[in-house]
Design a protein. Structure first.
Lengths: 297, 287
């Protein structure tokens, strides 16, 4: 009678925790994260405009510029962290032979792969949260300065702005700074990063080169942003449209520009995109496991 | 019960487009009995590591099958009672010795006080107790090999697979590992040892198998295989020159032929160990 070894969430979590700590102590990760935080922290220095007399209008431009820089840093550096972090996982394990010692224990390959993936997702989550906190701090800092400027400007004028007008200006600045839809954009950026990490994981199950893993994912990244345009252009071509379905439609996740412009993104739309991302990345991780289950190590 | 059994275990590796396949393992029938130390010998590329990988389900055999304690190797349950030390192991560099063992112990379902007691016991056993809180990035090759042995032993497995356990280790470390294998055998563990250090294998193994180009070309009990049944040797102490001539004459008279008469030699390893042990300066001595 043999003891049965079932799928264990505990082992997945253990490997994920180990992967997370391992990545956290990599120099490349720390450099990328520090760079992202510096870019976000310095966003307000690149966003100082003077458009006419309307303080609220100027503040709106400045805040838009800050959001643009911060969303860009979140998206680009977040992608580098998620993709480079995942691309190194399996090649490092194989090169250092640590994978032998783990798979020689009663550990299922699916637990190993999921553990590795969850470790990267955790790393990405921590990075996105830290960058978002810095983004928030930046907005608070800018909003405080803009409100102070508005008050000072009002006091400086020959005929001071009346209290109601000042209050309206401050309310406009406040609304522009603390747009709750920012959370939606950050959420979709995070799901997109998880999706890209899953694609990198899939590539690394049949490749041993980190550079190859990153290169293929970047190709998918660029192709994924063209899907929407290509679908419109290739309407009527059944085969091409079908082929496009294989690629992730990454354009769906880019709501940041709309939010910067002040457009409202309904939660229903966000929910649909999150569900699409979740289903797509589940399929990709499933495919990665199918390949990894039979991979010669 | 056999700890390991393989039947016609065959592995061919694809060499690339239109380059055919390399036969790494050719119909290996291996039977490692429970409680014995079995040495798998062979030159580089003979298929030793491939055999271990097939047994651990790290690679899929092209043909044949393997069992560990009668459980088919593709089943994860076959690895419940196995500890494995790969050749030249590296571990997570940022973990300390104790954290490394904690990670592997938890992977095997251990936890709490029992796990920490086992960690302390193993660090003591492999001589790494003073380095338990040092990161593995600062470990020497010999220390990595020892922590590798400790992780293989963490869940007190019945079977140990050791791939070149003394590769790159100095003679003292090598001797310690050899002593440890002897102790494990005394504890009733089964050990499958892959090596090309013949003297060491001869010292610790009950049986050996020799692989060459993927095929088992020789197998049997070590003592039987290495003893020359046609010759006898005597080691005599305090014999005067006249006595030696009488002995040689007696051997000839009885119908034998004296082939060699020589002073017995120590091994270079023993000489080295004796010299180092005599040097009492201790670790950390500087000019």
């Amino acid at each position: 009678m043999t003891d049965h070894v079932g799928f264990s969430v505990r082992r997945v979590w253990l490997i994920a925790g180990n992967t997370f700590t391992e990545s956290l102590r990599q120099k490349v990760y720390n450099i990328l994260l520090i760079f992202a935080l510096v870019v976000i922290a310095s966003a307000s220095f690149f966003a100082q405009f003077t458009f006419g007399e309307d303080i609220a209008q100027t503040a709106s431009y400045e805040l838009k510029s800050i959001k643009d820089t911060c969303f860009g840093a979140l998206s680009v550096i977040g992608m580098l962290i998620a993709v480079v972090g995942t691309a190194m996982l399996l090649p490092n394990e194989l090169e250092n032979r640590t994978i032998y010692t783990i798979l020689a224990k009663p550990v299922r390959r699916v637990e190993f792969l999921l553990g590795k993936y969850c470790g990267t997702v955790l790393l990405t989550l921590v990075s996105v949260v830290l960058m978002t906190l810095m983004f928030g701090a930046e907005l608070v800092f800018k909003e405080t300065r803009l409100v102070a400027d508005a008050r000072a400007e009002s006091a400086r004028q020959a005929i001071p702005t009346d209290a109601q007008q000042l209050a309206q200006q401050i309310a406009k600045i406040h609304a522009a700074a603390f747009d709750p839809d920012i959370v939606k954009a950050v959420l979709l950026i995070f799901v997109k990063l998880c999706l890209l990490a899953a694609i990198t994981l899939l590539v690394s199950t049949f490749s041993t080169s980190m550079v190859f893993n990153v290169a293929v994912t970047l190709l998918v990244f660029f192709a994924g942003h063209m899907v929407g345009i290509a679908r419109d252009a290739w309407q009527g071509h059944a085969l091409l449209t079908y082929l496009l379905g294989v690629l992730p439609d990454l354009g769906l996740f880019n709501v940041a520009d709309d939010i910067i412009l002040g457009n409202v993104i309904p939660w229903a739309h966000v929910g649909k995109v999150v569900a699409y991302g979740g289903i797509y990345l589940s399929c990709v991780v499933g495919a990665a496991q199918l390949i990894f289950a039979t991979r010669e190590i | 019960m056999n700890a390991i059994r393989t039947e016609n275990l065959t592995k061919k590796y694809a060499l690339g487009w239109h380059k055919g396949r390399l036969l790494a393992l050719d119909r290996l029938n291996l039977h490692v009995r429970e409680g014995e130390v079995y040495g798998l010998l062979g030159p580089n590329g003979s298929g030793k590591s491939t055999a271990l990988k097939c047994i651990l389900d790290l690679v899929t055999p092209t043909d044949g099958a393997a069992w560990i304690f009668d459980v088919p190797c593709p089943q994860v349950e076959s690895r419940l009672h196995v500890g494995f030390l790969p050749e030249n192991p590296y571990f997570y560099r940022y973990l300390t010795g104790a954290e490394t063992l904690e990670f592997y112990g938890k992977l095997c379902g251990m936890k709490g006080a029992a796990l920490w007691h086992r960690i302390a016991e193993l660090l003591e056993l492999v001589g790494l107790a003073p380095a338990r809180d040092r990161r593995l990035a600062g470990y020497s090759k010999g220390m990595l090999q020892r922590i590798g042995l400790a992780q293989a032993l963490i869940h007190d497995p019945r079977l140990l697979l050791l791939d070149e356990p003394t590769a790159g280790v100095d003679p003292i470390g090598s001797r310690d590992i050899r002593d440890l294998i002897v102790r494990l055998k005394a504890m009733g563990k089964t050990v499958l040892l892959s090596s090309h250090l013949l003297a060491q294998v001869q010292d610790v193994c009950d049986r050996i198998g020799v692989l060459n180009l993927g095929k088992m070309i020789l197998e049997g009990d070590v003592n039987q295989l290495i003893s020359d049944q046609r010759r006898l040797s005597f080691t005599v102490e305090g014999l005067p020159a006249a006595g030696r001539q009488q002995l040689e004459a007696a051997a000839r008279l009885a119908g034998g032929t004296v082939v060699t008469v020589e002073h017995p030699q120590t091994t270079l390893e023993s000489l080295f160990l004796a010299a180092v042990n005599l040097d009492k300066r201790g670790a950390g001595h500087h000019d």
